[in-house]
Write a protein that binds this ligand. Structure first.
Ligand code: UGA
Length: 427
């Protein structure tokens, strides 16, 4: 059992904290947002993440998990301090480390001798010297332990890792971090800090590149008349390529891929390396969203609906199974469409607040479809696969579904007189 303090109670911090409590440790989750702490103490999770509520409840009931906004009071007992803080993007693409700096300078005099600072936050490669300077303590060790959690399946990913990466300078400290995960599977990769930090950035860049590749393949299939579903099966069944992150979509988004690819490009530029593939991946992703918006505008033009076009967007978050709209492709497409359509409605199973891009964000799928000429499916929620096509046909003014995720039941929709277009369809 280790006494752990987790700094930052977002989806990474809360998942890490509640899972480490489940594994038998005593965990205090710290967050500077006292409202968030209050709601966590009352068992309310401030965001949607599958399975986390039960885990938090169990941890609290068993006395292994607690929440506080008092960083200074909690730190001196900690054997390990996990940094799970946001490192958002600055205008030049670099990462903003101000929260990390603020925490390290605050705990300088409080953290115990021989404590281990484990950083899960994605920090720029080779920032260790900065972290050390901010903490100014030679008797405390820094270990990089990047997270590979996907929003929506973070608890599952934590408890079933494929690899655990631990980077550090002190073998004993690295072993102690390794022991935390002793009961979990997956490969252990013990390395230095720089390599661990690099693994994190290039993993996200590779996955983003894989998606952009398949998105371009999708458009290429449209150009040559190939069947995208069969082409993906042909690729994904080869274990050298693998099936993950091979589903075409409206482009990748979220709080990680856009930020991390830009930061990687920024780091490569400042170290004199031209990371062409990463630059091309970022450009390809934006071009893909622009392409989708212009295809929709073209379809509306064919329907002679330029002036009073009415469009609905189904799925507002950056992917299904989350309520997170950060860097959501749906919102980028909505912004691009806004100047071409008269009315834009939106629907999402989890995100239901109003948004400036939309005339209405509805909590009802069929209300969002009502009176629209064209519906765009931007996330892969199961309820879109099973939507009532006959009802949709009656409510819509037009007859087109633009399925950017290839998830709709095309037979059911066409039997109801609806047309389904995909990125890979020929116009
Ligand atoms: C991603 C990584 O998958 C995690 O390993 C990593 O820990 C995390 O970033 C992070 O750095 O914190 P996440 O952003 O939650 O996780 O979501 P993903 O499921 O990877 O999806 C990212 C984007 O790619 C989404 O917009 C998603 O819709 C899109 N995507 C994903 C596709 O378009 N097709 C796919 O086949 C997979």
């Amino acid at each position: 059992m280790t006494n752990i303090v987790i700094v930052g109670s977002g989806y990474v911090g809360l998942t890490t904290g509640s899972c480490l409590a489940l594994l038998g440790n005593v965990v205090t989750c710290v967050d500077s947002d006292s409202e968030r702490v209050k709601s966590l103490r009352n068992g309310r999770i401030p965001f949607f993440e599958e399975g986390i509520d039960g885990l938090v409840r169990d941890g609290v009931t068993q006395g292994r998990l607690s929440f506080t906004d008092d960083l200074e009071a909690s730190i001196s007992q900690a054997e390990m301090v996990f940094l799970c803080l946001p490192t958002p993007e600055l205008p030049d693409g670099s990462a903003d480390l101000s929260s990390v700096r603020a925490v390290l300078t605050t705990i300088t005099r409080l953290v115990a001798k021989d404590a281990i600072i484990v950083y899960k936050s994605t920090i720029p490669i080779n920032s260790l010297r900065l972290l050390k300077a901010w903490l100014s303590r030679s008797d405390v060790h820094f270990v990089s332990n990047p997270e590979f959690l996907r929003e929506g399946s973070a608890v599952h990913d934590f408890l079933h890792p494929e690899r655990i990466v631990i980077g550090g300078e002190d073998n004993h400290a690295m072993q102690r971090v390794c022991e935390l995960y002793a009961s979990l599977g997956g490969e252990r990769i013990l390395t230095d800090n720089t390599s661990a930090e690099t693994i994190k950035y290039v993993s996200n860049a590779y996955l983003a590149m894989k998606i952009s590749f398949v998105n371009e393949v999708s458009r290429f299939c449209g150009a040559v008349g190939a069947n995208i579903g069969d082409v993906i099966s042909g690729l994904a069944s080869d274990s050298r390529m693998g099936s993950s992150h091979f589903s075409p979509g409206p482009g990748w988004g979220g709080s990680c891929f856009p930020k991390d690819t830009k930061a990687l490009l920024h780091m490569s530029e400042s170290s004199g390396f031209d990371f062409n593939l990463v630059r091309a991946t970022i450009q390809s992703n934006d071009a893909h969203m622009v392409h989708i918006a212009s295809r929709i505008v073209q379809v509306l033009a064919h329907m002679e609906r330029q002036d009073d076009a009415r469009v609905s967007i189904l799925g507002l978050t950056f992917k299904a199974h989350t309520d997170d709209i950060r860097f959501s492709p749906a919102l980028r497409i909505a912004t691009l469409l806004r100047q071409h359509v008269h009315y834009l409605s939106g629907y999402d199973p989890l995100f239901q607040k109003s948004l400036k891009e939309f005339d209405i964000v509805s909590d009802d799928l069929y209300q969002a479809l009502t009176g629209t000429d064209l519906a765009v499916v931007t996330t892969e929620w199961p309820e879109f696969k099973t939507l009532d096509a006959a009802r949709a046909r009656k409510l819509m003014r037009g007859d087109v579904f633009f399925d950017t995720r290839n998830v709709l039941d095309q037979t059911a929709l066409s039997e109801s007189g609806l047309r389904v277009l995909m990125v890979s369809s020929r116009l």
